[in-house]
Write a protein that binds this ligand. Structure first.
Ligand code: NAD
Length: 300
């Protein structure tokens, strides 16, 4: 049976490292790092995500400010607010919780956050840096995937990795980090990567997933990955978050994209949902905020 990766414990380990670093800088008389989280509208999932991020800031000692704007806010008003935070020297990190309402162009919002404060890594400059193996703010979920792999001691060099899902914030950067050359600044995985997506023919998907030593799934489809699709001993990283009604209890519950119970019998390692990549994502955001505070990335 698979070793279940404890995302809560790993996330705590990372948050404790950030906390210790902050305790030290504060003891030396410097100000705390500061993160601004902007949310637009009333999306319930976004509310939960923002709440968890603010909680992690409190734990680590990052100063935070959560700004909620009404759904009716104009694009210009949002862009102006971002710009104000860009110009505020006491602010280290800025993130806009996605999705934004339809009348606002997501790309414009992502590009409005100045690259040096873009702790989500969604500005086109940072996306470009990631894709050219340069030091950058790696989006927190893919950064969490690589951190889980490293801290668990899973080998990627020369291995086969399959990523299901090609979104710009999750699937694509996961594939980028798994395949690129580990000798450059992003410390990528040197794996052979296959990227599957919604137009991968359903009968082809298992053909690819069965080749995976490392299988990363980010589609938003419960039980997309069943045990027959997984190679014996593979590492299975489940990023999906789906709210479904439990047949037994009638209550809603969170599940990933992987049939956890069955796949866990066959895999070597597996991340659970909840308690896997969710907490890791939040922890990596704390790490990125610390990087912004320390100005570790040279944007010149
Ligand atoms: P998205 O909807 O933007 O992307 C889904 C991807 O899945 C698409 O690229 C699509 O091509 C692919 N896909 C759809 N059907 C498929 C199929 N049958 N076979 C293979 N690929 C298929 O979503 P996203 O933002 O990338 O998020 C993916 C999932 O991860 C969601 O469940 C989301 O809630 C979750 N998520 C979790 C975290 C976290 O912190 N753990 C962070 C971000 C997203």
């Amino acid at each position: 049976a698979a070793k279940i990766i404890n995302g809560v414990a790993l996330a705590k380990e990372i948050k404790d490292e950030v906390k210790n670093e902050i305790d030290e800088v504060v003891a030396s008389g410097k100000r705390r790092p500061k993160l601004i989280v902007i949310r637009v509208g009333e999306d319930p999932a976004s509310k939960t995500y923002v709440k968890n991020k603010i909680k992690a800031c409190e734990y680590t000692g990052i100063e935070s400010e959560s700004i909620t704007l009404p759904t009716t806010v104009s694009e210009d008003e949002l862009l102006n607010l971002i710009n104000k935070q860009n110009n505020d020297d006491s602010v280290d990190g800025i993130l806009v919780q996605l999705p934004v309402p339809e009348h606002i162009t997501e790309r414009k919002v992502c590009n409005a956050v100045t690259p040096s404060k873009d702790v989500d890594g969604f500005n086109v400059i940072n996306v470009g840096r990631l894709c050219s193996d340069q030091m950058t703010f790696i989006p927190a979920t893919p950064a969490g995937v690589m951190e889980v792999i490293r801290r668990t001691g899973i080998e990627t060099f020369g291995k086969n990795a399959v990523v299901c899902g090609r979104s710009k914030n999750v699937g694509m950067p996961c594939a980028m980090l798994l395949h690129a050359d580990g000798k450059y600044e992003t410390q990528a995985g040197d794996a052979t990567v296959t990227l599957c997506h919604r137009y991968t023919p359903p009968e082809q998907l298992p053909v690819f997933t069965k080749t995976a030593d490392i299988l990363v799934v980010a589609c938003g489809i419960p039980k997309l990955i069943t045990a027959d699709m997984v190679k014996e001993g593979a590492t299975v990283i489940d990023i999906g978050i789906n709210r479904i009604v439990d047949e037994k209890t009638g209550k809603t519950k969170l599940v990933g994209d992987v049939d956890f119970e069955e796949v866990a019998k066959k895999a070597g390692y597996i991340t659970p949902v909840p308690g896997g990549m969710g907490p890791m994502t939040v922890a990596m955001l704390m790490k990125n905020t610390m990087m912004a505070y320390k100005k570790e990335i040279n944007f010149d």
